[in-house]
Ligand binder design. Structure first.
Ligand code: TXA
Ligand code: MG
Length: 309
């Protein structure tokens, strides 16, 4: 792509992690592996570093970021944990759960991290490389998915480079992400009520219905878009369509030939990236049952199929 920065690819070794940590401490941008998708990390306590995330992604400034923490003690310095929030963290961290909590007064966080909201989104990821990096920096790291705003999320270092090469200092290559769709986002309200803002790998209650405002802007109708028309629930593709299969629908690439939903989630973005790269002008996707993690898969597919306005 050719940008301002020569993006380094760092191996997930002790040396690579130390180099990533040094870049982050200086206020630079490093794409990092997590168990869900790759994140674009910057130190969350420094306004200039956080501003660079928005700039590199082309992300609208009203869309707040998730802050990643090494452990629950660090999380408690940033947000107010009610008993309900503490119980959720204890049960599901480290893991693909993001908690939206009241921001703690005096928390060492750049204001732009939460885009002016009184809340903060926190997550303790379950990926050994990301955990080692969080411990090594000793800093909370803001990290949205490592893709240009609105496009397909990355589940390997190559996907990151496809959209951010030259715009960030480095990518820390930790291989392919296990779960493959972004974390479940849950808001814990002051009265203890829990609202699911984004479905994800962790299955938790019913998704909030009929919200009248965009509270987690990842919930914008068009998102995760491969840059060509996407048609859903297709069993027979047209000639000009790249078909993403599932179960008995074979397609040009398959989410899971055996119909396994976990496998389908882990391959979702790789298949969308392949469809985006192919010479076919359109993408079609086989039906995927909306059960379990299939709910998150269908959520992302619907947004990928909605044209941006
Ligand atoms: O799995 C994940 O969550 C990945 C990895 C890298 O951790 N991150 C991720 O970040 O998906 P991003 O920026 O693509 O999505 C973050 C979502 C957005 O929809 C944003 O609006 C929402 O989190 N969010 C962040 N802070 C929030 C807040 N204070 N209140 C409500 N929603 C918030
Ligand atoms: Mg994203």
């Amino acid at each position: 792509m050719g940008g301002k920065y020569a993006t380094e690819t760092l191996e997930a070794t002790k040396g690579g992690i130390a180099r990533a940590s040094a870049i982050l401490r200086e206020g630079g941008l490093v794409a990092v592996p997590t168990e869900t998708v790759y994140g674009l990390a910057a130190r969350a306590d420094q306004a200039e570093a956080v501003a660079r995330i928005y700039e590199a992604k082309g992300r609208p400034s009203f869309n707040p970021l998730i802050v990643h923490v090494a452990d629950i003690d660090q999380a408690r310095t940033l947000a107010e944990f009610s008993a309900e929030a503490g119980a959720l963290a204890k049960a599901h961290w480290p893991g693909p759960l993001t908690l939206v909590l009241p921001r703690r007064a005096g928390a060492q966080l750049a204001a732009a991290v939460s885009a002016g909201l009184p809340t903060i989104a926190l997550r303790m990821p379950n990926h050994p490389v990301m955990q080692a990096l969080l411990r090594e920096t000793g800093l909370p790291l803001a990290a949205p998915s490592a893709n240009r705003s609105g496009f397909i999320s990355p589940t390997c270092a190559e996907h990151v480079l496809a959209s951010l090469d030259g715009r960030i200092e480095a990518v820390l290559d930790g291989g392919s992400c296990d779960s493959g769709v972004e974390s479940t986002i849950v808001a814990v309200r002051e009265d203890g009520k829990i609202e699911e803002l984004r479905p994800g790998p962790l299955l938790i209650g019913e998704q909030r219905k009929g919200a009248d405002r965009v509270e987690a802007p990842g919930q914008l109708a068009s998102h995760y878009a491969p840059g060509k028309p996407v048609r859903l629930d297709v069993t027979t593709a047209e000639n000009d369509e790249f078909l993403i299969g599932f179960a008995q629908v074979a397609g040009n690439c398959s989410l899971s030939a055996s119909g396994n939903l976990e496998e389908a989630a882990s391959r979702l973005y790789a298949c969308l990236h392949e469809g985006a790269r192919s010479d076919k002008p359109r993408i079609a996707v086989a039906p995927v049952p909306a059960q379990g993690i299939g709910k998150a898969i269908n959520d992302r597919l619907r947004r990928a199929a909605t044209p941006a306005d």
